[in-house]
Design a binder for this molecule. Structure first.
Ligand code: FAD
Ligand code: MLT
Ligand code: ZN
Length: 456
């Protein structure tokens, strides 16, 4: 009965029950969780989303919103009950308008991130969010997880790219705040409720995004580094020398680039000698490579780096970035590691890495650290590959999260909480925070039909 009602709302192009179509939507990107669903519903517009939600609410049936299903915490996958309906935003992929004068654009939630970037570039504007999954993740998913990526050091996370939002509440009410203003203090900032709440408080259907001027010619450098502490020092040094020209500053361990070389063709490092760590950076200094070279030489004199190459052209830069963007894929092709997407204040990064290393060697001496990430934001993917058959995973994770917490950090920097990390939220958020989160959830979704079992 419910299924027939849902089919009627979205019409023949808006649903599938074909097992071949369902299958890729039932497992998360990393293959950690497998769920079940009776149907995938793909509305064509916001009114259809609202009707779908009203109908599910009447029947007390849960809805799992799904974007590109590239999330790292299995937040977009239904549970195993076979009762939860997947709501895909894929058909809502229109760029509604681009306002070059106002540096803004209005897009539907199912727009692929890369298409948004390209639409901005087409009018000489820059949309700043960028991450390795940009060819398949959707802006609705990016906003729901408050995604980070490689340019946060300059432009902030997904949240900082949003001027306005449209969302559908758990009772089917449409809340439209699609204003394109930089300044607006009229009442509560409602869009923030939906950004970063991973589909548990409402379904994002559209957004007004902030655009920036094009950054101009970008220079890319790969720098060999002895220790992560030197990377933090190098970042501070370059920030002093180049002010806010740093667009990206990523740290990658030698082991991780080794995984990329093993699994991804044409990805050897451009150095004769291996270093323990590498920083990959983009700077927007109008192609003034002498300035970058002199900054890097200054840093070398301070002992902050041992070698560096500046990409000679965009093909070389693209090759270096392709290696960085292939890490998640390479890691997935190797044995699975315990993921720890953590952040600490930059001033505690070195201490975190030193104490993390000794903690790991005490707990599981045979573990392999798989560390890389957005060190410019104090965010590392501090993943740990355990020996086959090891049962120490939960213990390692807990000990690392305790350390992160002690240093004033977060157990979830950019991937969200989803299903896989929800047990940690009550441990690392205080009672007052958890109580308010529960109050919000109960108030906005009293029947608990929006992505239940995720986040909280
Ligand atoms: P999904 O995976 O489909 O969904 C993610 C969550 O959002 C789920 O809880 C889902 O229910 C909810 N959701 C989806 N759409 C909506 C909507 N319209 N309304 C309400 N809720 C919704 N993340 C980073 O932050 N930084 C990175 O650098 C990064 N790199 C990545 C690299 C790779 C190769 C991969 C596979 C993933 C990476 N991620 C990264 C993970 C990441 O969170 C995303 O790729 C992206 O933000 C998720 O978008 P998605 O459309 O795939 O969302
Ligand atoms: C990345 O920075 O590449 C991503 O967040 C993906 C990952 O952590 O594997
Ligand atoms: Zn990341």
């Amino acid at each position: 009965m419910l299924i027939e009602q849902l089919k009627d709302i979205v019409g023949p192009k808006g649903w599938t029950t074909d097992p071949d179509d369902l299958e890729p939507r039932l497992t998360d990107w990393r293959g950690a969780v497998h769920g079940a669903t009776p149907i995938v519903i793909s509305p064509a517009n916001t009114a259809e989303v609202a009707a779908v939600i009203r109908t599910c609410a009447d029947a007390n049936v849960a809805i799992v919103p799904q974007g590109g299903n590239t999330g790292m915490c299995a937040g977009a996958v239904p549970d195993a009950s076979g009762t939860q309906v997947i709501l895909s935003l894929a058909r809502m992929n229109a760029i509604r308008s681009v306002d070059a004068v106002n540096f803004s654009m209005e897009v539907e939630a199912g727009c692929i991130l890369e298409n948004i970037q390209n639409a901005a570039t087409a009018v000489d504007r820059h949309f700043a969010l960028s991450l390795s999954a940009e060819g398949s993740c959707q802006i609705g998913g990016n906003l729901s997880t408050n995604a980070g990526g490689i340019n946060v050091v300059r432009y902030g996370t997904a949240r900082a790219q949003v001027l306005g939002l449209e969302a559908v509440m758990a009772d089917g009410t449409i809340v439209s705040s699609l204003r394109s203003l930089r300044k607006d203090t009229a009442g509560y900032d409602l869009k923030q409720l939906f950004i970063g709440s991973e589909g548990t408080l409402g379904i994002i259907t559209a957004a007004t995004l902030k655009l920036n001027p094009l950054p101009g010619v970008i220079s890319t450098a790969l720098v060999a580094i002895e220790s992560p502490g030197d990377a933090v020092g190098l970042l501070a040094y370059l920030r002093t020398e180049l002010a806010d020209a740093i667009e990206a500053f990523e740290l990658v361990s030698s082991y991780v680039f080794g995984l990329v070389a093993k699994h991804i063709p044409d990805s050897a490092l451009p150095f004769d000698q291996q270093a323990p760590w590498y920083a990959l950076l983009d700077v927007a200094i109008g192609g003034d490579e002498e300035r970058l070279e002199s900054a890097l030489m200054g840093a070398a004199e301070e002992g902050l780096l041992s070698d560096a190459v500046i990409a000679k052209n965009s093909a070389e830069a693209d090759r270096l970035w392709r290696m960085r963007h292939s890490i998640a894929e390479a890691e997935r092709s190797e044995r699975k590691a315990q993921k720890h997407d953590v952040s600490v204040p930059l001033s505690r990064m070195e201490e975190f890495l030193q104490r993390g290393e000794s903690l790991l060697s005490d707990l599981v001496p045979d573990a392999q650290l798989v560390a890389f990430g957005h060190v410019g934001d104090g965010n590392l993917h501090y993943n740990v590959a355990l020996p086959d058959g090891s049962e120490d995973g939960a213990r390692v994770t807990r000990a690392l999260y305790d350390l992160v917490d002690e240093l004033g950090g977060s157990f979830s920097a950019e991937h969200g909480v989803g299903f896989l990390k929800r047990q940690y939220l009550p441990i690392y958020r205080n009672e007052g925070e958890i109580a308010l989160m529960r109050t919000l959830k109960r108030a906005l979704d009293p029947k608990n039909i929006l992505n239940p079992g995720k986040v909280i």
